[in-house]
Design a protein around this ligand. Structure first.
Ligand code: AMP
Length: 365
């Protein structure tokens, strides 16, 4: 594991930080926000995407580094180049997917915004449950054994697959049938979770160790910057066919949870205390489990049940693509800052504030 000391030393050699990420996922928002806060930006891009990332002048990075494949980023000479340019990498979902949490933790020597250790805790379902359920005491869907399926279950697979390939099962026979149609290496990573019936809310939080203006947590505070709901391929509209599960199955129409877009939502105001207190528990548990814990953006993916309880089925411990709805800030950010601030811009503000106070290593590791 790359030590915090090593990153701190690298940071001490830096000029004014340059905010950098892979041109994908939420990069436009990250670049736009960084530029709004006066930073230079650097886009890591494959040739085929250059035109797209040049097409939004306000969000266009000041400089591009072109790679043949994203795995090139891990090459020592490429890392050296990033360090020479005083790059701070903002990890987003595609960055984590292309490089992998373990390689970021062990082989990537370039300073990363946030605590790089968190990426493995969010990506590994056993660790994630230890964090959210055992340590933070959040309400989560039941973990179901394939030997004892006693409720409707959603079957998930490892990796940041964005819900692709997930399916529902009611008993062992159905599970075995469906798994037998999948590639063996994917099928063996299957985990079963109780399917929670309710309404989905995806909360965009920012934990700052540098300010106490938000909802108090750890040594800092939590800001709620937005909420979205994901649009997921066909699952959201299957009800329009008016068919029950058996009929859908007979017609080989399989539900798909693959994310296709995002919609803005506001939460019933009386649920906000629960949304904040769950986030606080997550932050404080993270500080105990992998100090200094989560830093910066994270998302709790929840279902609100008919008795108005939030059940958390997943955490994303970095900027999520749902924040792209609010590249000009959300209504919640307006309530917090008196102006609309995107998650990308909020990240840049944190780097700016930390650099100004000589504590960059508190938010960059
Ligand atoms: P995930 O990969 O965990 O983010 O899940 C992808 C999608 O599957 C979510 O956005 C939800 O729509 C759905 N989903 C995941 N877990 C559950 C659950 N336990 N109950 C109901 N829906 C779920």
């Amino acid at each position: 594991m790359i030590s915090r000391e090593k990153i701190k030393k690298t940071l001490s050699s830096y000029g004014k930080p340059v905010i950098s990420t892979i041109c994908s996922h939420s990069a436009l928002q990250i670049f736009a926000g960084a530029k709004e806060e006066g930073f230079k930006t650097l886009g890591i891009c494959t040739k085929d995407r250059l035109e797209t990332y040049r097409a939004f002048p306000h969000a266009r990075p000041d400089e591009f580094l072109v790679v043949d494949s994203y795995s090139d980023i891990l090459k020592p000479e490429f890392q050296k180049k990033l360090i020479e340019k005083s790059a701070i990498i903002v990890p987003h979902g595609s960055f984590v997917e292309y490089l992998g949490p373990k390689r970021i933790e062990n082989d990537f020597e370039v300073p990363v915004f946030g605590n790089r250790q968190v990426l493995d805790w969010e990506g590994n379902r056993v660790k994630e449950r230890k964090w959210l359920e055992a340590a933070a005491k959040l309400r989560m869907p039941k973990d179901v054994s394939s030997e004892n399926i006693d409720c409707l279950c959603i079957v998930k697979f490892d990796g940041a697959r964005g819900g692709s390939g997930y399916f529902l099962v009611s008993d062992k026979k159905e599970l075995e049938e469906k798994l037998s149609k999948m590639p063996k290496d994917v099928a063996k990573t299957a985990t079963l979770q109780e399917y929670v019936v309710g309404r989905r809310y995806y909360f965009h939080y920012f934990y700052t160790p540098l300010s106490k203006d938000g909802f108090s947590a750890g040594n800092g505070s939590i800001e709620l910057l937005g909420i979205d709901r994901r649009d997921e391929s066909n699952i959201d509209e299957l009800h329009r066919l008016g068919m029950d599960r058996d009929e859908l199955q007979r017609r080989a129409i399989n539900p798909s949870y693959t994310v296709t877009g995002n919609q803005p939502v506001v939460l019933r105001e009386s649920l906000l205390p629960a949304a904040f207190s769950d986030a606080k528990k997550v932050v404080e548990a993270s500080i105990k489990l992998f100090s200094p814990g989560i830093v910066g953006p994270f998302c709790l993916e929840t279902v609100c049940t008919p008795d108005l309880k939030l059940v958390t089925f997943e955490v994303s411990a970095r900027i999520v693509a749902g924040t792209n709805i609010y590249s000009d800030g959300s209504q919640y950010s307006q309530l917090f800052f008196g102006e609309r601030v995107s998650m990308g811009r909020r990240l840049a503000q944190e780097i700016k504030c930390a650099a100004k106070n000589g504590v960059l290593d508190k938010v960059v590791y």
